[in-house]
Design a protein around this ligand. Sequence first.
Ligand code: SF4
Ligand code: SF4
Length: 215
Amino acid sequence: MIISSRKNNEELLAALDGAERVFLVGCGACATACKSGGEEEVFQMQEWLEAVQCDVTGSVVIDEACHIMRAGRDLRHHKQAVEDADALLVLSCGAGIQSISASSDKRVIGGLDSLFLGNIRRFGQYEEKCSLCGDCIINDTAGICPVTNCSKGLLNGPCGGMEEGRCEVDHEIDCAWHLIYERLKKQKRSGVFARTVAPKHWDRRRKPGRFNIKK
Ligand code: SF4
Ligand code: SF4
């Protein structure tokens, strides 16, 4: 799930920059789960906009705002309200914001910051486990990603600053390499420690990403 959070009022006011009529867009998927862009947050945003003298011409919560075709279809269902607006204020991750900007020539304002791809610990508690590097090495690291979980993203073992299993950069978190070592030991495998990991193929990260399941 993409974790996102609302921009603060100051940033939003600066982004609105003269837009007096706004059409609001939320996302029924990740932004709803993060409580940053679901129905409730769209409604709260509407109240806030009205308090700062900005008219809301209408609103929609798209099932998955990152779905480009669906976003276009839902905007067409609100054609007049979109037409009446100076700008579309979108409460979704950056992918959703760009679905909207691909579907309308209107000015598009992002109301959220996209933070990371998050695992859900429990509702409202999210943790980054994978940074989508495109060249996954966790088969050799006992299912623990050092690219993401090691504060320095080291590929070949610990930095030497670990203290009692805690990371030297942030004592609140476990040292990823300590976890990898302990888990490999339990599995009676040498895993990544049996070889030298070559410098990462960052070119495999595919920016911008493209993947067609039919090919
Ligand atoms: S190695 Fe790359 S793809 Fe695999 S979990 Fe880590 S960041 Fe994600
Ligand atoms: S202490 Fe461990 S997790 Fe922290 S930077 Fe060093 S190797 Fe990475």
